[in-house]
Design a protein around this ligand. Structure first.
Ligand SMILES: [Mg+2]
Length: 623
């Protein structure tokens, strides 16, 4: 049985971590910028404005002895007790008192609502409501505990160093007094919860470390995105060196062969990069080179990482979080540029992607945040399309039927081979008219052939045709766009930012297919996506067939972030791979739907023993 002391200790340790953090120290010592202090207040508002809704969820899961206590707490939050105003009204007073105007307050309320919606749409590691509500309860009660110990100090600093009027900071004063009692009640409520639900001790320990670890309060009050918005550069001293970099070359068998006009594959050839700092902190990245896209082969990509990228990584130190992200964005064009003009490589994008993702994963974990903190979601789920390879019509139809049965409503079919019409006919027949069909020719046609083929295929009502012509035939692509009547998506033609500019200037396409391995990772993909969004070109976030959970997770967060997203592909996970390397299952579910990811780093946990077992080659590099 978990004792009251153990619960108090868990809260105490989270509170200590917060008080000792650089961001907290800077705020209370008056070293933060005035804008950073205002952003802190905004985040207090965003965190607590809808807290009664969260307490209500806890209440729903606790119909036992402590329910009465929780009920009082809930009524107080809602302003239905003798204690007075609802907490949301007190927060409004705080916001007005510190000088936020009405439009800013409206924005904060919208943010608070959005946060709750994102929370509801995010994958949780809990498998039952009992576990989820325990996590929520621990989080709620831990805030009361922390506030009862830190509120006075924070309020004093806000008034002394940043000039906010004392009466405006009443919310803090109230929490420092009232919450001593609430904090104690919180411990009782959690004990009662554990008893009522017969939760084993291990469950409490796991959920407490998951919920309260990683500086829970700093994550809410000083999230990674805030540092970017306020331009504060806290604690540059924390910069660290990467001590080791390991490259794993994998071979993971597929459940079935995947074919298209340029290639056929039966196993994943993912390359994983692991980085480790001197404290043992680690990060994992992934990429899948495609010689017919960037010119990189598995061998050349690995050599590029070993000889060029790893030495650059070892040569400097990296500050966790936003700064590493910005640094990587600033070097991407230099680090991906081929040395010789005659090189068969367009850009070392796959090599860079694996290293960039590993460094991002490491740096975000070290900063206790997730990729989604840097790339906040623009939607509450990502819906993936099914992809059918260039199979015989009967096989394609059978697969399409299976996809339709699990509710997938968008399917891409590989074309550019003799039996295209028969395959599309079989697929259309199998799924009916409700399902949207796209096609991908992987550059198989000339412009004339494309126009002719697309007219022949018009009866299948294709929503778009991906890469109808060769990668370098942009004039042909533009002509196909003008004459075929089908929307064109650039894929193999879109490797670099310069190529993105050219495609836009020429008006050669309607869609960009952005893939992390192909386009050089998160930073480079974002740059291309921004250009596309400004030019009104719609986006597909695509994938490399055979990617593991690492690349799928990064792709998910990118897809969720981009407002101009039209389609998403990938996240096949174990629908395709015989085994995945991540603890979390990233495969999409019913309807192709997949949740937002918000846990640390790229939001997946790599099973290192599986990585070791699946690796056909492993290269260890040290600084
Ligand atoms: Mg394609």
């Amino acid at each position: 049985m978990i004792s009251a002391e153990q619960i108090t200790q868990a809260f105490d340790s989270a509170t200590r971590q917060f008080r000792q953090s650089d961001v907290y120290q800077e705020l209370v010592a008056g070293r933060a910028s005035p804008e950073a202090a205002r952003e802190f207040l905004r985040n207090v508002f965003r965190t607590h404005f809808l807290s009664s809704h969260i307490v209500a969820l806890c209440f729903a899961s606790l119909p036992s002895k402590a329910a009465e206590m929780l009920r009082e707490n809930l009524l107080e939050e809602m302003g239905r007790s003798d204690a007075g105003k609802p907490h949301s009204a007190l927060l409004l007073e705080l916001a007005r008192g510190v000088g936020f105007d009405q439009s800013e307050i409206d924005g904060l309320i919208a943010d608070a609502r959005r946060r709750l919606a994102v929370f509801c749409a995010t994958r949780v590691p809990a498998s039952t409501l009992r576990e989820l509500c325990l996590a929520v309860l621990l989080e709620t009660m831990s805030f009361e505990f922390m506030l009862s110990r830190c509120s006075s100090e924070i309020a004093a600093a806000l008034s002394k160093h940043y000039g906010f009027a004392k009466p405006a900071l009443h919310w803090f004063a109230l929490h420092s007094e009232v919450d001593v009692r609430h904090a104690e009640e919180g411990v009782t409520i959690i004990q009662d919860y554990l008893g009522f639900h017969q939760a084993p001790d291990g469950l409490f320990e796991q959920i407490a470390s998951l919920t309260l670890g990683d500086n829970i309060f700093a994550r809410h009050y000083f999230p990674a995105g805030s540092k970017h918005r306020t331009g504060t550069r806290s604690a540059p001293a924390k910069a660290r060196r990467i001590e080791a970099l390991t490259i794993y070359r994998l071979r993971i068998p597929f459940h079935q062969t995947f074919r298209h006009a340029l290639h056929s594959r039966e196993e994943s050839d993912a390359v994983i990069v692991k980085v480790i700092d001197s404290d043992g902190g680690r990060g994992f990245g992934e990429s899948l080179p495609r010689s017919y896209v960037t010119g990189e082969t598995t061998e050349s990509m690995i050599a590029r990482i070993r000889e060029h990228l790893a030495p650059r990584v070892f040569a400097q130190s990296f500050a966790p979080g936003w700064e590493t992200f910005e640094y990587l964005q600033s070097v991407v064009s230099e680090w991906t540029r081929p040395e010789e003009r005659q090189s068969s490589v367009t850009a070392w994008n796959a090599a860079f992607c694996a290293v960039e993702l590993a460094l991002l994963d490491w740096s975000l974990r070290a900063d206790h945040c997730a990729l989604a903190d840097l790339l906040p979601p623009a939607r509450y789920e990502v819906v993936y399309s099914g992809v059918i390879s260039a199979d015989a019509p009967d096989d394609a139809a059978a697969l399409a039927k299976r996809m339709a049965r699990i509710g997938i409503r968008q399917i891409k079919v590989k074309v550019g081979i003799i039996d295209d019409a028969a395959r599309l006919e079989a697929v259309r027949k199998a799924v009916g008219v409700e399902v949207e069909l796209r096609a991908d020719a992987n550059g198989a046609w000339s412009a004339d052939e494309a126009i002719e083929q697309l007219q022949r295929l018009a009866r299948f009502k294709l929503q778009s045709i991906e890469q109808p012509v060769r990668a370098d035939d942009l004039a042909g692509m533009k002509r196909a766009r003008q004459e075929s009547g089908v929307a064109i998506m650039a894929d193999e033609s879109l490797v670099t930012l310069d190529q993105a500019r050219l495609l836009i200037e020429l008006g050669a396409c309607d869609y960009f297919n952005i893939r992390l391995s192909k386009n050089g990772g998160i930073g480079a993909s974002l740059a291309i996506a921004r250009l596309a969004q400004e030019a009104g070109v719609k986006i597909q976030v695509g994938a490399q067939v055979g990617e593991t959970g690492i690349l799928s997770a990064a792709g998910r967060t990118l897809a969720a972030h981009l407002p101009a997203l039209a389609f998403a592909e990938g996240s096949f996970g174990t629908w395709l791979l015989a085994e995945d390397v991540t603890f979390e299952n990233v495969a999409f579910g019913l309807g192709g739907r997949a949740p937002l990811l918000q846990s640390r780093g790229l939001s997946v946990t790599v099973k290192e023993e599986v990585l070791e077992r699946l690796a056909t080659a492993k290269i260890d590099l040290r600084r």
